[in-house]
Design a protein around this ligand. Structure first.
Ligand SMILES: Cc1cc2nc3c(=O)[nH]c(=O)nc-3n(C[C@H](O)[C@H](O)[C@H](O)COP(=O)(O)O)c2cc1C
Length: 220
C-alpha cells in the first residue's frame, strides 16, 4: 500500500482554455485537468462546437500519416437505440456466458442504456482497416494506436470547450453487432465510443502512480 504522500493527485479544477494567456504552465495545467465525465446535463452540444472538436481530433499523429480514424456521430434516436441494443445484447450474452446472475445482468444493461440515452452526443470511434499500409500485425496495431491518439485529442479538444467526455470500451466487445446496427462499412472496426456533454459531476480525486515509478532513465 502506498502512502498518500507518495502519490500525486491529478488536478481536478475545471479549466477553460479561452480564459488563459497560454503560458506553458497554463497549458500543462489544462492538459492535466482533463478527467473522465460520466454524468451530463441535458444541454445540447452545438454542431459547430462538435465540428471544431473533430477538426482538432483529426490533427492527431497517425502511423504513415494514414489517418485511419473514422468518427460516427450518433445523433438520432433510431441510431442511438440500435447501438444501445447491439452493445447491451452482446453485454448480456457475455455476462450469461460467465454465469452472472440475471438481476446483475439486467442492472448493468439498464445502467448502460441509461448512460447512452443521457449523453448529449455519442461518437463511435472506428479504425478503417483499409487505411493500413501493409498486412502485418504491427501495422494493424499502429492503426489502433493512431485511433486512440485521435480519441484523446478529441477529449482534450472537448475539454477546451468546457465539455466533459469519457471513452467507453463496449464497442470493442461487439464490433460486428455495432457495424450491423449502424450499417457501417465492414472495414470500419469499432474501437470505442466517446460520450460527450456538459459535465454534471465533479470527478473524484485521482491518485496517480508516482512519476518515478513509471519512468526509467538511462543516463551516463
Ligand atoms: C481504452 C479505455 C477504455 C475505457 N473504457 C471505459 C468504460 O468502458 N467505461 C468507463 O466508465 N470508463 C472507461 N474508460 C475511462 C477510464 O476509466 C478512465 O480514463 C480512468 O479511470 C482514469 O480516469 P480519468 O480519465 O478521469 O483520468 C476507459 C478509458 C480508456 C483509455
Amino acid at each position: 500500500m502506498k502512502s498518500a504522500s507518495s502519490t500525486r493527485s491529478c488536478q481536478t479544477r475545471s479549466t477553460r482554455i479561452d480564459s488563459m494567456n497560454l503560458q506553458p504552465a497554463d497549458l500543462q495545467h489544462f492538459l492535466r485537468s482533463r478527467r473522465s465525465i460520466r454524468k451530463f446535463t441535458d444541454a445540447p452540444v452545438a454542431d459547430e462546437v462538435l465540428r471544431e472538436i473533430l477538426k482538432t481530433a483529426v490533427c492527431a499523429p497517425s502511423a504513415h500519416g494514414m489517418q485511419p480514424w473514422r468518427f460516427v456521430v450518433i445523433d438520432n434516436l433510431g441510431a442511438r437505440s440500435a447501438l444501445g441494443a447491439a452493445l447491451t445484447g452482446q453485454m448480456r450474452t457475455d455476462m450469461q456466458a460467465e454465469n452472472a446472475p440475471e438481476a446483475e445482468i439486467n442492472q448493468r444493461v439498464e445502467r448502460s442504456l441509461r448512460r447512452m440515452s443521457e449523453a448529449p452526443k455519442i461518437i463511435l470511434l472506428c479504425r478503417d482497416a483499409e487505411a493500413q499500409r501493409a498486412q502485418h500485425p504491427a501495422e494493424e496495431q499502429m492503426g489502433v494506436q493512431s485511433v486512440a491518439m485521435a480519441g484523446l485529442q478529441l477529449m482534450l479538444a472537448a475539454h477546451a470547450h468546457g465539455l466533459g467526455s469519457v471513452w467507453i470500451c463496449w464497442p470493442l466487445y461487439a464490433g460486428a453487432e455495432t457495424q450491423r446496427a449502424l450499417s457501417l462499412p465492414t472495414s470500419w472496426q469499432p474501437q470505442g465510443m466517446i460520450l460527450l456533454g456538459q459535465p454534471a459531476e465533479e470527478p473524484r480525486e485521482k491518485k496517480l502512480k508516482p512519476l518515478d515509478d513509471v519512468i526509467f532513465y538511462i543516463q551516463d
